[in-house]
Each structure stands twice: as structure tokens, then as C-alpha cells.
Design a protein around this ligand. Structure first.
Ligand SMILES: *[C@@H]1O[C@H](CO)[C@@H](O)[C@H](O)[C@H]1NC(C)=O
Ligand SMILES: *[C@@H]1O[C@H](CO)[C@@H](O)[C@H](O)[C@H]1NC(C)=O
Ligand SMILES: *[C@@H]1O[C@H](CO)[C@@H](O)[C@H](O)[C@H]1NC(C)=O
Ligand SMILES: *[C@@H]1O[C@H](CO)[C@@H](O)[C@H](O)[C@H]1NC(C)=O
Length: 334
């Protein structure tokens, strides 16, 4: 039997899968780029941005959600990767990055601890680490309570950062993580660990090669073998950050694809489940996370840049909107 190629398969499923409903939660002023998000135990969404030094918060439960500043990292120019280690303690990468050049001032990478003490308190902010040799730190994830992993998009490596001592070491380096060009080329971008009975696996995207890939991990987080490609981004789209659902299926922000791609775990099948390349509903998505309260655990929250880098080609011509937070109702998938 002749199996359909992946692109035929994704085209077929694109045509036959009904798109999931999307609901705008918040849209910022034009020129705002939301880069990443993390969900607090109380359901509030923390937002990082490449166009300011703020960390923001929005309560998606409100009828008219507004975004408030959690903290201004005044010694930096942008906030980027964010990850939770223990309940309501987050680590945020901040640096003197420039969206125009996609470069970061050497020596300006910081990892800040953002520790909330109660449901709705002002968090305590402290510096956890500086990563002096980093090129451009992008996605972050949690290896364990004391170790944060950070993807370096320029160097094509993953750092392990000890949040107690501030020490950072190069944990993983693999050719599939490399950018294809010198800076400002972007290689490895989003990273997440999927836990498994026979060991953990680090999944990652590569901005330059537009791949979603995986690499097996040893217990200490080091690579247990070479990385392999899971999927290529759909035609016209890219891959930015992503998350997993409880089944282990991945949901990837497709950047200029203006959509969310679902990649099922087994078998690996890719389909566009929300958004549309010609629609501003999800305008240049950057990242995605599921809600974590009872009422929204099947809601996928997506951040966008509003098309700041790649405007949405609509019937009315190219359109940019402000960075968005969009809720995708995934109940139709389960
Ligand atoms: C954050 O601090 C910078 C530098 O002091 C300032 O320019 C900027 O307006 C502040 N942002 C907010 C949202 O207060
Ligand atoms: C980063 O930017 C801040 C705020 O503009 C500035 O005070 C600081 O010196 C810069 N640091 C580096 C290493 O470029
Ligand atoms: C976390 O992982 C690091 C890196 O492998 C390891 O050295 C450390 O012991 C681990 N800590 C815990 C609490 O498991
Ligand atoms: C839809 O987007 C594609 C890719 O950007 C573009 O080539 C095409 O012209 C667009 N179609 C319409 C109707 O805007």
C-alpha cells in the first residue's frame, strides 16, 4: 500500500477537520509582541513580550479581561522564555534583545525568579542567574525543581541553569538545533519535556529549518541519543513554541501560518486545528498553553505577535493587529 506523504496527509486533514472555535481574550496596542505565556494555579495567564521589559498578567475569566503589569525588568529590554518550577514560582528570561536585529547584547541575559506567595499577591522578584555566554535565549522549560532548561537560538544548544546556585552549563547540543545562518538566524526555539515510562524526551522546534523534533534524555537531562525529526511545518507556516495535552499530542504555534497545528503522538499525524493563514483570528502565534482550572483545562491559550514580523495576507491586503491572547476551545477534539 502506498502511504500518503505527510504533506498530503496534513492537507487532507486540513480539509476534513472542522476548525476549533477561537475566542479573543485580549488584544494589545499595535506594535506589541507577546512571545510566551505560563498559566498560574489560579488560572491567570502570565505574558512575556519582545517589545517591552514587562511581565504581564491577564485573568481570562473576566468578562472584559485587561492586562496588568506584574513586574518591569528595567535592566532588560525584553522578556522571553518562562517556566514554572514549583507551584506559583516561575522563572523568566530577560535580556537586552532587539526585535529589529534579532540579537541580544552580549552579557545581558538574566533569569529572574517570580515567586507568588498567595492567590493574588504581588510576587517577590529575584535574580536567579546570569548566563554570560548565551547568544539568544528563547524557550525555557523545567527539568526538575532546581533546574531550568533554556534554548539558545543562536548557538543551537540547550543550557541547564541551576536556579539555586545560578550556574549554567551546556546540557545538549545537536545538529538539528542549529540555525542555518549566522545570527540573526534562529535555530532551536521552543522546548518542552514529555515524560515517559521508558524515559523522558525533549521536544523542540527549529525556526530556521521549520522542524518539530525530539531527543531522548537520560535521567540527568543529558542527551541519550541523537535528535530526530517528528514533523515539518505545513506549507507557508513555521513553528514557534508549543505545548502538549494530557494525551501527549502537541499543539504548535505556526508563526506566519496564523494557525495552531496539532501533531498527534501515535501515529504522528499533523493537522491545522485552529486559525487560517489568511485570518487575523490568530495573527502570527508565538506560543500555546492549556488552562489549568476545572473550567478551562480544555482551553488552549495562544499568544501572538499580531503579525508584526509577518503581516497576515487577508483579502484586504496585509494586516497587522496588536499582540493577542486567544482562547481555542479544544473540546471538539476529545
Ligand atoms: C519599564 O521601565 C522602562 C525603563 O525605566 C520604562 O521606559 C518603561 O516605560 C517601563 N514600562 C512600564 C510598563 O512601566
Ligand atoms: C541593558 O539595558 C539596560 C537598560 O537600557 C542598561 O541599563 C544596561 O546597561 C544594558 N546592559 C547591557 C549588558 O547591554
Ligand atoms: C535536577 O537535575 C540536575 C541536572 O541533572 C541534577 O543535578 C539535580 O540533582 C536534579 N535535582 C533534583 C531535585 O532532582
Ligand atoms: C492567503 O495567504 C497566502 C500566503 O500568505 C497568500 O499567498 C494568498 O494571496 C492569500 N489569499 C488571500 C485571498 O488573501
Amino acid at each position: 500500500m502506498r502511504l500518503p506523504t505527510l504533506s498530503t496527509l496534513s492537507l487532507l486533514t486540513t480539509l476534513t477537520t472542522a476548525l476549533l472555535p477561537t475566542n479573543p481574550i485580549y488584544e494589545a496596542a499595535p506594535g506589541t509582541w507577546f512571545e510566551n505565556l505560563a498559566i498560574r494555579p489560579n488560572g491567570n495567564i502570565l505574558l512575556t513580550t519582545l517589545t517591552s521589559s514587562g511581565l504581564y498578567q491577564v485573568n481570562p475569566q473576566l468578562a472584559k479581561p485587561t492586562v496588568s503589569l506584574v513586574h518591569n525588568f528595567t535592566s532588560s529590554l525584553w522578556t522571553i522564555g518562562i517556566t514554572e518550577t514549583t507551584p506559583d514560582t516561575f522563572y523568566v528570561i530577560a535580556a537586552n534583545g532587539s526585535l529589529k536585529t534579532l540579537t541580544v547584547a552580549p552579557g545581558s541575559h538574566h533569569l529572574f525568579r517570580v515567586k507568588f506567595h498567595s492567590y493574588d499577591s504581588v510576587p517577590k522578584i529575584s535574580l536567579a542567574a546570569t548566563i554570560p555566554d548565551a547568544g539568544l535565549l528563547n524557550g525555557a522549560t523545567t527539568l526538575n525543581a532546581t533546574t531550568v532548561l533554556a534554548a539558545d537560538s543562536h548557538k543551537g544548544i540547550v543550557y541547564a541553569i541551576n536556579v539555586l546556585t545560578g550556574a549554567s552549563t551546556i546540557l545538549i547540543s545537536d545538529p538539528l538545533m542549529f540555525p542555518t545562518a549566522a545570527p540573526p538566524g534562529i535555530g532551536i526555539n521552543g522546548i518542552k519535556i514529555r515524560r515517559g515510562f521508558s524515559g523522558d524526551t525533549l521536544y523542540f522546534t527549529n525556526g530556521a529549518t521549520k522542524i518539530f523534533a525530539k531527543i531522548p534524555l537520560n535521567v540527568d537531562g543529558s542527551a541519550a541519543g541523537p535528535a530526530t525529526i517528528v514533523t515539518h511545518a505545513p506549507t507557508g507556516a513555521g513553528y514557534d513554541d508549543f505545548t502538549f495535552d494530557q494525551r501527549g499530542d502537541a499543539f504548535l504555534a505556526t508563526g506566519g501560518g496564523n494557525s495552531i497545528a496539532e501533531v498527534t503522538k501515535d501515529p504522528v499525524v499533523q493537522s491545522i486545528v485552529a486559525g487560517n493563514i489568511n485570518s487575523t483570528d490568530i495573527a502570527e502565534p508565538t506560543s500555546a498553553q492549556f488552562g489549568r482550572t476545572l473550567w478551562d483545562q480544555e482551553t488552549l491559550y495562544v499568544t501572538t505577535s499580531g503579525g508584526l514580523a509577518i503581516p497576515v495576507q487577508t483579502v484586504d491586503g496585509p494586516v497587522r493587529v496588536g499582540g493577542q491572547v486567544v482562547a481555542v476551545d479544544t473540546r471538539g477534539l476529545y
